[in-house]
Write a protein that binds this ligand. Structure first.
Ligand code: IPE
Ligand code: IPE
Ligand code: MG
Length: 246
C-alpha cells in the first residue's frame, strides 16, 4: 500500500492509502424522499456524486475503485425507476466515450452484461476497449452485479474444466476461484464504504471482502463528499488489520 500526503495543506499528515476501495452507493431514494422529490431525482444526484468521487479517488492515487451501481436484485424495482437508472447509465457511457478520451482511468464493468440491451452492452464494451491500455486507476462499475451470481458462474466455469479434463480437481484452490471471478487479477478491497447507514453487504464482493474493513457512514450517497471519503480513509487508518494473526 502506498503512503501519500494529504493534498490539503492544513491536513499535513501521512496515512496509508487503501489500494482498493469499494463503495456501495446507497441512499438515493431516501435523499429524494426527504426533499419530496421522485426517487429518480435521487439517482440523478447520486450519478453526479459518483463522477466527483471517482475523479477524486483517481487524483489521490487509489489504484482500484469498485462502485456498486446496480445489483442483480435491483431489477425488482418499479419499471419507471429501472428505466430512469438505465437512462443514467447510458448517459454516463456516452459521456465517458466522448468527453474523457484523455483520461487515465481504466473503465471495467463487473456483472452480467448480457442482461442489458445490445446497445448498452456495446457501449460498455466500447468503454472498456477505449480505456484498457491506460495506466491510471481501475474503475470497476458493478452493474447487474450480484456476488452470489458471480460465484455460481465461477463454479460452473471450473466444473466445465474438470468435466473436459483441463482441470484436475485437486488443483482447485482459492486462487483458482478468485481467478474465475469478475475481479480476476485484482487485489481484494481493503476498504468498503457504505453510506446511508445500512449495516449490510447486499450481495457485494462476498468472496473478495473476506478481510475487508467496512466503514458505514450516516450520509446518503447524494450528500457524500470528498471529505467523507477522506474521513473513511482516516477511519480505515485507525483499524488494526490482523488477517487472523495476532
Ligand atoms: C442506491 O440507492 C441506488 C441503487 C440501488 C440503484 P437506493 O435507490 O437504494 O436508495 P434507498 O436505499 O432507497 O434510499
Ligand atoms: C445495494 O443497495 C445495491 C446498490 C447500491 C447498487 P440496495 O438498496 O439495493 O440494497 P438493500 O436492498 O438495501 O439491501
Ligand atoms: Mg438502497
Amino acid at each position: 500500500m502506498a503512503i501519500f500526503k494529504k493534498k490539503k495543506p492544513e491536513a499535513d499528515s501521512y496515512r496509508t492509502l487503501p489500494e482498493h476501495i469499494g463503495i456501495i452507493m446507497d441512499g438515493n431514494g431516501r435523499w429524494a424522499k426527504k426533499r419530496l422529490l421522485p426517487r429518480t431525482a435521487g439517482h440523478t444526484a447520486g450519478a453526479k456524486v459518483f463522477r466527483t468521487i471517482a475523479r477524486y479517488c483517481s487524483d489521490i492515487g487509489i489504484k482500484y475503485l469498485t462502485v456498486y451501481a446496480f445489483s442483480t436484485e435491483n431489477w425488482s424495482r418499479p419499471p419507471e425507476e429501472v428505466k430512469a437508472l438505465m437512462k443514467l447509465f447510458k448517459d454516463y457511457l456516452l459521456e465517458a466515450l466522448s468527453d474523457f478520451k484523455d483520461d487515465s482511468i481504466v473503465v471495467n464493468f463487473i456483472g452480467d452484461k448480457s442482461g442489458f440491451t445490445d446497445e448498452m452492452h456495446k457501449l460498455m464494451d466500447e468503454n472498456e476497449e477505449l480505456s484498457k491500455d491506460r495506466d491510471g486507476m481501475v474503475l470497476n462499475i458493478a452493474i447487474n452485479y450480484g456476488s452470489r451470481d458471480e460465484i455460481v458462474r465461477a463454479v460452473k466455469k471450473i466444473s466445465a474444466g474438470v468435466k473436459n479434463g483441463d482441470i484436475d480437481i485437486d488443483s482447485i484452490d482459492e486462487k483458482m476461484v478468485s481467478d474465475n471471478l469478475y475481479t480476476a487479477g485484482q487485489p481484494d478491497p481493503d476498504l468498503v464504504i457504505r453510506p446511508s447507514g445500512e449495516y449490510r453487504i447486499s450481495n457485494f464482493l462476498l468472496w473478495q471482502s473476506a478481510y475487508t474493513e467496512f466503514v458505514i457512514m450516516n450520509k446518503l450517497w447524494p450528500d457524500f463528499t470528498t471529505e467523507d471519503l477522506d474521513e473513511a480513509i482516516d477511519i480505515f487508518n485507525g483499524r488494526n488489520r490482523r488477517f487472523g494473526g495476532v
